[in-house]
Ligand binder design. Sequence first.
Ligand SMILES: Cc1ncc(COP(=O)(O)O)c(C=O)c1O
Length: 425
Amino acid sequence: MSKNSRRKFTKSLFASMALPATLPAVAAELDYSGRRADSLPVFAGTEEDYWEQVKGHFRFAPDLKYFNNASLGSCPEAVRKGTNEFRDMLDSFPSKYMWGGWRDEIEATRQSVADLFSVSNEEIALIHNTTEGMNLVAQSMDFEPGDEIILADHEHTSGYIPFEVWQEDKKVKLVRPKLPLLPGTKEEIVKVYREAITPKTKMIVMCHIVNTNGMILPVKEVSEMAHEKGILVAVDGAQSAGMFPVNLDELGCDYYAASAHKWLFAPKGIGVFYARDSSQKHLKPLIVCRGYDDKSIRRLENYNTRNLPELLGLGAAVKYVNELGIETIGKRSYELKSYFRSQLENDDQFKLKTPAPDELSSAIQVVEVVGKKVLKVKEQLFEEAGIDCRPMSKFGLNGVRISLAVYITKKDIDELVSQLKAIAA
Ligand SMILES: Cc1ncc(COP(=O)(O)O)c(C=O)c1O
């Protein structure tokens, strides 16, 4: 087959999923190190072969089946390599690179993050993680005693503890409504927020995807409703950033904090913070030092000496995600979800504890093995098949949380399902 016809064949093969005809370069072209990429391999094979190759970019321990991306992601080779090169550069001339030598590269990373989330580079700060972003919002707000903040019961500790510590002490009231566990429509969730709003509500803090059972919350609808009443919306995006396309401009929230070390496959300890231009005036840096009077969003990431190789590694991670294509990643998340669910949903031995509609869940699914204690199920999965996942007990879930990241193949799901069936039996 000539190179041209091979390309055509590969293109038509993937037309349904719009997969890129080439795999992301394992040795990615590192924009910032000045090194050229190896030429990209032309890919020909089945769709599952393609995803097997993507899996090959990640390096898990032998025999480990990692269904735990929602806890912490893994870096593909291109990102590990890129980050290590930045570490080597830094150590070759520490003072140069830490203070000014990488200014353009940092701005290029910020721009690539801004493009991924469809917002302006002047609305993105490069922080360490979601926890920091939620603290930043919680500590900044000048609310009065008696003002109210809504945080639903499924919020992560990193979402509600900062508000308990920084706002409850000032006699601001935290309102904690209960979310339905298995809603059938977005409206069932919007209703919970609508009914919790009072004339004293100043802010709604909400996850984009809750870490408990993987439910997607309707940020856009809640933001529209909140803004009509002058209420700010802060979103914990730890589980959504990188799982599917997230257009922050369209979502309409004021703030969005995310950890890039989960679904964006960036190095550990790097995160993204978005603040809508018109909402930046409320924010105060958590850490102040030289440069604190910078008027731009950069004042929020002004730590003096910091983890710059990881920050630039985020640039390599965004490049990797872009090469796979965020739309393609999103479609694959839904495909894996429906493949997984279809094998369990009509079997009485299992209860799926994550809402089924695509607008309410994607690559995080929780399943209960009926009659079995979740800690035991988790232990058996690991000991008997090397499957790592997270046990979830709160809200009566008693289920294992399964993460379906791009390095998971349908073959991996088959193995997981057959282990779950063996445990159920
Ligand atoms: C919904 C949610 N928010 C916040 C966090 C905290 O993330 P980090 O430790 O990266 O700040 C997590 C971590 O699992 C999470 O799932």
